[in-house]
Design a protein around this ligand. Structure first.
Ligand code: MG
Length: 337
């Protein structure tokens, strides 16, 4: 196996504002793995929330690329998840690059042998906190790209305004992501009723990550499904979330790749939790890898490639409001480091 690394900066088409700040770009590291004539790609996306940097990711990848260089694909995949050092975005990049090769080798998707009609969940287009003018531009872009479901970022201050502005533009359904910005349970219940009346289909991470009791109260009111994002990082969090949330948001960058995401999906279903499959605004490489799991979940939020202006890859499309994977192709050069 031969490995190459490419640090890169993804630029947002619009500044991306959520409850905890505004970002104009995301640092990423691409990983190219060459093995037996095939090329697999991985991506580590590094929003500040994840506490990793291009440097720590490349250090990790350097170490493990040496360790797995002489291994078989399956041995390498197993070793990634056994690492004592948990650099989740780096693990995700490595895991998805190895899966990319594995799927190319088999010439198939992850869901081989299934004769049933595959589930095609709707993919959400995320709208950061913004004014009415910007909301118009974003909704127009999303509709032009074939989105039929939206996710509005809320920050606790402009929630009603965001929803009202959205409703003036379209009657399509939407979810909301409060990113931990709500504090009071009674206010949250009132908001949930109002959101429900306005066509909202679920609420993501209303309260602080550790405030599970508040989330449990809101979930048990049964007004709208409540999904955990920041409160659910890896499979070890799942035991605490049954009855606390209705569902979870799984992201490859949080859990360390396709392999652990598959385990989380199985465990979440055993616990009767709904599943949203999200991203950290990564580009086509990362979102396309996650999209292999789309038939196993209730909704996807794999909109990264549509939110950035300088994606170097193509290979993820929208079809009838859902994501569809295509052959991965590099369309712009990257500089190796
Ligand atoms: Mg979220």
């Amino acid at each position: 196996m031969h490995f190459s690394f490419y640090p890169y900066q993804l630029k947002f088409r619009f500044p991306f504002a959520i409850a905890h700040g505004t970002r104009t770009h995301t640092e990423v590291v691409y990983l190219k793995v060459e093995y037996q004539g095939l090329t697999g790609w991985g991506e580590a996306a590094l929003p500040p929330y994840l506490n990793e940097t291009p440097h720590t990711v490349m250090q990790f990848l350097n170490r493990y690329s040496l360790a797995i260089a002489a291994m078989s694909l399956d041995e390498a995949l197993a070793l990634v998840q056994q690492t004592a050092e948990k650099n989740y975005p780096a693990m995700a990049a490595l895991d998805m690059a190895l899966w990319d090769i594995k799927l190319l080798q088999n010439g198939t998707s992850l869901h081989v042998g299934s004769s049933e009609i595959l589930n095609k969940p709707l993919n959400t287009y995320t709208i950061g906190v913004c004014n009415a003018k910007e909301m118009n531009l974003k909704v127009d872009e999303a509709l032009a790209n074939g989105f039929k479901l939206f996710k509005l970022k809320l920050n606790g201050m402009y929630d009603e305004r965001m929803v009202n502005d959205f409703r003036l533009i379209t009657s399509l359904p939407f979810a909301v992501d409060a990113n931990q910005s709500w504090a009071d349970v009674s206010v949250a219940k009132e908001k949930a009723h109002w959101l429900n009346e306005n066509g909202c289909i679920f609420i993501e991470q209303p309260f602080a990550q550790e405030e599970l009791e508040k989330s449990a109260v809101l979930t048990q009111e049964n007004i709208l499904p409540v999904y955990a994002d920041e409160s659910c990082q890896t499979i070890s969090d799942l035991g605490n979330l049954k009855d606390t949330f209705s569902g979870i948001n799984i992201k490859l960058m949080k859990c360390g790749g396709i392999t652990p995401a598959l385990e989380m999906i199985t465990k979440a279903r055993q616990l009767n939790l709904k599943i949203l499959l999200g991203c950290m605004s990564e580009s086509t490489v990362g979102c396309r890898a996650a999209a292999h799991l789309a038939p196993l979940v209730d909704y996807t939020d794999l909109d990264g490639p549509f939110l950035i202006s300088n994606d170097c890859f193509i290979g993820l499309k929208m079809e009838n409001g859902s994501v569809k994977t295509d052959k991965l192709q590099q369309i712009n050069n990257l500089r190796a480091s």
